[in-house]
Design a protein around this ligand. Structure first.
Ligand code: FE
Ligand code: FE
Ligand code: FE
Length: 162
């Protein structure tokens, strides 16, 4: 892989993120199915729809850049999804499993927040303002999802204390 310009790096990182999002779109229905709390199920289902939209946003960006979205597998997401799968399949108390699913999901969100934060900055730096705006929308969704998951984790802890 030849990375001579920041533009080359932007495209590579976009491909990595595209691979991440497509993997996450496949994993989220399984996360929703494994969750016990109706609120957690709903949060995963909501984020599945956002994730499908994020995939479309990235496709729009590749079209704009005249590049293909294929060609870079996100190995970090492969690992995170694998850890999530271990939690899905674990023989665990339902409340404990929900806590584990939230933890797995938040690791994914944090990875995405790092990716979109960087991508947005690079796109701005390169003068791709429309692309930066699209990436910023996805970044915002990831941040809100992370916050919603933190709140669900807290309400679970409060419920257990009662
Ligand atoms: Fe995403
Ligand atoms: Fe990656
Ligand atoms: Fe996400």
């Amino acid at each position: 892989m030849a990375l001579n310009t920041l533009q080359d790096l932007l495209v590579e990182e976009l491909k990595d993120t595209y691979s991440a999002e497509t993997q996450i779109a496949q994993a989220l229905p399984k996360m929703a199915q494994a969750a016990t709390s109706p609120q957690l199920k709903a949060a995963f289902e909501k984020h599945l729809i956002e994730t499908q939209n994020q995939v479309k946003r990235l496709e729009q960006i590749f079209q704009h850049l005249g590049e293909s979205p294929e060609g870079n597998t996100c190995e970090a997401t492969e690992g995170l999804v694998k850890e999530g799968k271990e939690m899905i399949e674990a023989d665990a108390d339902p409340q404990v499993k929900d806590a584990g699913l939230i933890a797995s999901a938040q690791k994914v969100e944090h990875y995405e927040i790092a990716s979109y934060g960087t991508l947005t900055t690079w796109a701005k730096e390169l003068g791709h303002h429309e692309i930066a705006d699209l990436l910023g929308q996805s970044l915002n969704e990831e941040e809100l999802t992370d916050k919603a998951l933190s709140q669900l984790a807290e309400s679970r802890v409060n419920a257990m204390a009662e």
